[in-house]
Ligand binder design. Structure first.
Ligand SMILES: *Cc1c(COP(=O)(O)O)cnc(C)c1O
Length: 398
């Protein structure tokens, strides 16, 4: 982790009307111009809206580094709809999936495969340990029936950034296909299609591109999209069909989220203006470094060591002090203009602070000051976690 430098740059404008900052991994705080882009009613069949759709698809392939081999298929619904569509469209009915699990989103993928009736096995690393390339390789060697590996890029439930490169290498070396849930990381963390050679990747409008909720999108190999015909169990979630119709007519098959698409185009413009993925990563990294340094100075401890911590969302252990209550902490933070996020660990109490959205280090310093105030109001003497929480963390070093 880099040391936090002095404040620099012009602060981002605050949300309008005194609304709180969302320190959550989507929906998140969007730019005013992104919200204003929704003040137009578009005809879904109209040429101008079709041009928006075409530009959205082109720019997402560009951000993904997909070149001519990949295409983008947007799909109505939240991110989970797009994950389900990816699994149902690319895994043939007689396929078999290895799911790498280390949190709630990996578990959701396993549940989804159960609904889809696709054969699957899991590598379950618990709440926050990373699945490693050699573990994936050993499981693939032991079971030649496995056709696909599915991995979550940033597991938003803990904030861990999983080691995508070594997992992609282990998968490709054995001729299997890789599907990636990069919902909470795409657009900020590097994920180069040409280097990783994945079959498909999924993300959604309201995460690191900083749009509003309403649709997800899949970036996939064109040959895989063509070969996916007939795989899907579901008409509305059939990515092959959505792709084929979109290529033919320029339109979404069913009612598109027109306002969310218009907002997304503005969000993409701001993304490019900030320097694309590297620019966004730099701001989110400063956000994380600022909030982590400040919270550690108050006595808080992070679940993850610096090596595994993503610049997307950070999990903090709840303080051991009996005067600390999360509900009260949440309310006190909200009173000061910050919506934080509850924890999702099974073993120890925790909470999360998101680093994504229209936030900068100036905001993150105020978040830390607000946490300090909240602790004082509750009468919490120290934010140090129970020693059992720190024992958990030692497992990561092993
Ligand atoms: C946000 C997210 C999803 C999708 O969640 P929705 O609530 O359906 O939008 C899936 N995977 C990960 C890793 C996420 O962060």
């Amino acid at each position: 982790m880099t040391a936090v430098e002095p404040l620099s740059g012009i602060p981002l404008p605050a949300p309008a009307g005194g609304e709180p900052y969302l320190l959550t991994p989507g929906p998140l705080t969007t730019a005013r111009s992104t919200k204003e882009a929704m003040l137009v009613d578009w005809g879904s069949w109209d040429g101008e809206f079709r041009a928006l759709t075409a530009e959205l698809r082109r720019r997402l392939v560009e951000i993904a580094g997909g070149g001519d081999a990949y295409d983008c298929v947007p799909l109505q619904g939240s991110g989970s709809y797009a994950v389900e569509a990816m699994l149902g469209s690319f895994v043939p009915r007689d396929g078999k999936v290895l799911v790498l699990m280390n949190g709630a989103y990996g578990q959701r993928i396993t549940r989804t495969l159960g609904y889809l009736g696709r054969a699957h096995v899991t590598l379950d690393k618990g709440d926050y340990l990373p699945p490693r390339g050699h573990e994936v390789g050993a499981m693939l060697d032991a079971d030649p029936a496995i056709t696909h590996v599915v991995v979550v890029h940033c597991e938003t439930s803990s904030g861990i950034l999983n080691p995508i490169e070594e997992i992609a290498a282990a998968t490709a070396a054995r001729g299997r296909k890789l599907l990636i849930d990069s919902m909470s990381a795409f657009g900020a963390a590097p994920l180069d299609a040409a280097t990783l050679g994945y079959e498909a990747m999924v993300s959604s409008a309201n995460k690191c591109i900083e749009g509003v909720p309403g649709f997800g999108f899949v970036v996939a190999r064109k040959d895989s999209l063509a070969a996916a015909k007939g795989n899907s169990h579901s008409l509305s979630l059939d990515l092959h069909d959505q792709w084929a119709v979109m290529n033919k007519t320029g339109q979404w098959r069913f009612t598109p989220p027109t306002h969310a698409v218009a907002a997304f185009l503005e969000a993409l413009r701001l993304h490019a203006l900030e320097g694309g993925q590297p620019g966004r990563l730099a701001r989110y990294t400063r956000n994380r470094d600022t909030v982590v340094a400040g919270m550690r100075a108050l006595g808080f401890e992070t679940l993850l060591g610096d090596r595994l911590m993503s610049p997307i969302i950070v999990t903090f252990f709840a303080p051991a002090d009996p005067a600390f209550r999360f509900d009260r902490f949440y309310a006190l933070m909200k009173d000061q203009g910050f919506i934080i996020y509850p924890g999702k660990l099974t073993v120890v109490d925790s909470f999360r602070i998101g680093c994504i959205g229209q936030l900068d280090e100036h905001v993150m310093r105020r978040v830390v000051a607000a946490a300090d105030q909240a602790l004082a109001a509750m009468g919490v003497a120290t934010a140090a976690p129970p020693s059992s929480a720190l024992d958990e963390r030692k497992l990561q070093a092993a």
